[in-house]
Design a protein around this ligand. Structure first.
Ligand SMILES: Cc1ncc(COP(=O)(O)O)c(C=O)c1O
Length: 387
């Protein structure tokens, strides 16, 4: 009989944000709003769209596997050598490549919980043992505890900064202390998918650690064009690391992993500072509105939100999140349930944020009685079972 190996069985299926047309097909809900995947609500940069059009007539040709123009643009922008840049189909693929580069079956990786699920799955896929370390009570990485889980078998520590789903950051001091404690056989992957959104001044400049010679230089910084650059559908991201790390990762990646279309769009997007500024300003404005509206709702419902450094907000609803998620879906609002009682909502356009708050209010306050009723039914069911 064909047997699926245990390390594959261990993988938790990745559940992406529900696409708008799927909601239409499944529930017949038209004109819904997707606030589930932390995409840029302004769309891609107009310069990127133009660049895509220019490249399309040449897609009969394989792309430049080395991504010369994109690496050159990034190198100029970041002040690092082109040999320090590795390209991938989003940071997702780079995480996978990094794990396949550094991990042997039986090795361990350390990550926060909850954090981005791909860290766990990439490690499991490679036959490794992922170790999850709970966030602190205020939803932040517990770097001291994570450091305490490093042993000879540990090959990678993942740090999402800002963290998905909580939007919290590791501070410069915390990161510095952690880096000084990491032994030389461990690679530190800092996933900075949302770094362009960060406004907190205590956010660490990880490039400093990449530049330094000692004590540990095994740092891989991951960034993406999927978030503020609005190119999630094209699948492109990059990593910054020492030439040695990049050379090994280049051996593991597919030779043509990033398309010519994605590379051209990314080069153009980097030039479009105006689009970047507008995206950031929109996020700040939306954040302020949502903080206010969620605080108002909190006084009636006891929900709690976590202040974010990303383009999404983690809201603990203090009640069954999947039920709320389902009810929001039926109102045409797609968010992401997180664990038992929380949801993560992307900061959208003004009109989308307002629609989300309106619907959430209806579900939590107007639907309050139906929640009570469902609780009682569940309680009765338990009671009936016992008796
Ligand atoms: C923390 C984090 N890292 C990486 C990614 C992956 O992004 P992509 O593969 O689109 O670059 C995401 C996407 O949601 C994310 O939240």
């Amino acid at each position: 009989m064909l047997k699926v190996p245990d390390h594959v069985k261990k993988i938790i299926p990745y559940v992406p944000g529900k696409p708008i047309d799927e909601l239409e097909r499944e529930l017949g809900v038209l004109g819904s709003i997707k606030l589930a995947s932390n995409e840029n609500p302004l769309g891609p940069s107009p310069l990127a769209i133009e660049a895509v059009k220019t490249v399309l007539p040449m897609v009969n040709l394989y792309p430049d596997g080395g991504g010369h123009y994109l690496k050159s643009a990034l190198s100029g922008l970041l002040g690092v050598g082109m040999e320090n840049i590795v390209l991938g189909q989003g940071s997702n693929e780079l995480l996978d490549i990094a794990v396949r580069t550094f991990l042997s079956p039986g090795d361990e990786t350390v990550m926060a919980d909850p954090s981005f699920i791909v860290y766990y799955n990439s490690s499991a896929k490679a036959g490794g043992s992922p170790i999850k370390v709970a966030l602190t009570a205020d939803h932040r990485h517990d770097l001291k505890a994570m450091s305490g889980h490093i042993c000879e078998k540990t090959k990678i520590v993942f740090i999402a900064n800002p963290n998905n789903p909580t939007g919290t950051i590791v501070s410069s001091d915390e990161f510095g202390e952690f880096m000084d404690s990491v032994p030389e056989h461990v690679a530190i992957i800092v996933d900075e998918a949302y770094h362009e959104y960060v406004t907190d001044r205590s956010y660490p400049d990880t490039m400093k650690y990449f530049m330094r010679e000692a004590p540990v230089r095994n740092i891989l910084i991951l960034r993406t064009f999927s978030k503020i650059y609005g190119l999630a559908g094209l699948r492109i991201g990059y990593g910054i690391a020492s030439g040695g790390i990049v050379r090994e990762m280049d051996k593991v990646r597919e030779p043509f992993n990033t398309s010519s279309v994605a590379q051209a769009a990314a080069v153009a997007a980097l030039r479009d500072v105006d689009h970047l500024d507008k995206s950031l300003a929109l996020n700040e404005e939306g954040k302020k509105f949502l903080y206010g509206a969620l605080s108002d709702l909190a006084s009636d419902t006891s929900i709690e939100y976590v202040p974010t450094q990303g383009n999404f907000i983690y809201v603990d609803l203090k009640r069954d999140a999947v039920k709320v998620y389902d009810k929001l879906l039926r109102k045409g609002i797609i968010v992401r349930p997180m664990g038992k009682t929380a949801i993560r909502v992307t900061i959208g356009l003004k009109i989308e944020n307002e629609a989300f708050i309106r619907s959430l209010k209806e579900v939590l306050i107007d639907g309050h009685n139906s929640f009570e009723a469902e609780c009682h039914t569940e309680g009765n069911r338990q009671h009936n079972k016992k008796t």
